[in-house]
Design a protein around this ligand. Sequence first.
Ligand SMILES: CCNc1ncnc2c1ncn2[C@@H]1O[C@H](/C=C/CNC(=O)c2cc(-c3ccc(F)cc3)cc(O)c2O)[C@@H](O)[C@H]1O
Ligand SMILES: [Mg+2]
Length: 214
Amino acid sequence: TWSTRPQRILRAVQQSATRGDPRSVVRAIDQFCRHKEWAMNVGDEKGCILDSVVSELNPSTVLELGTYCGYSTVRIASLLPPHAKLITLEFNPDFAAVARQVIAWAGLQGKVQLVEGASGDWIPKMKEQFGVKTFDLVFLDHWKDRYLPDTKLMEECGLLRKGSILLADNVICPGTPDYLEYVRNSPRYKSQYFKSHLEYTKAEDGLEKSVFLG
Ligand SMILES: CCNc1ncnc2c1ncn2[C@@H]1O[C@H](/C=C/CNC(=O)c2cc(-c3ccc(F)cc3)cc(O)c2O)[C@@H](O)[C@H]1O
Ligand SMILES: [Mg+2]
């Protein structure tokens, strides 16, 4: 039965998007969430800012915290160079199951490693489990009160290098006050706010881009 919203989003993708065409997957989800049911994807407006950060950085290793339905996973992975890898963490098995199918519909499963589990458990294991040295880009879009502790954990685990970029969704709505205060005041980061709107609405929201200075 089409019981959950993520399952209805997956159905919209399978009915409206072309297999192997990431842009059509992104469009199908945005259409559904704008005209049928709101969902907490980064969305088309903030998604364009995400795209420009990814395109400008041309990252080889990307970490995404909070896959949900895989919307931003598809946006990011579709812009990565051939040998680049995106690891995305999702601890809800139902959301992970939907996201795997959305990512596969886009034809991007070869570029994406979806890891089912909690960021706090997996961040310390990134090096040994996935052979990751450091991440060029981290997209934070999971529980808002976990942005700061997970950022500190990534620092402690040596997963950030001079020039690594943290890009955080929802720094205004729902808001991540402790994270914002940290990255804006710490001498170890150079931060920049990209003003935008909460996905599919007129409410203010934005992305915070923070460069780790080492
Ligand atoms: C325990 C922390 N570690 C985690 N590790 C792995 N996955 C995690 C984790 N936390 C949460 N997740 C997953 O990330 C996703 C959670 C995202 C939380 N996002 C939000 O709450 C959110 C909420 C809104 C929002 C804004 C305005 C509203 F009125 C209502 C909602 C908008 C957004 O863009 C959001 O991102 C889920 O798929 C969840 O299962
Ligand atoms: Mg978000």
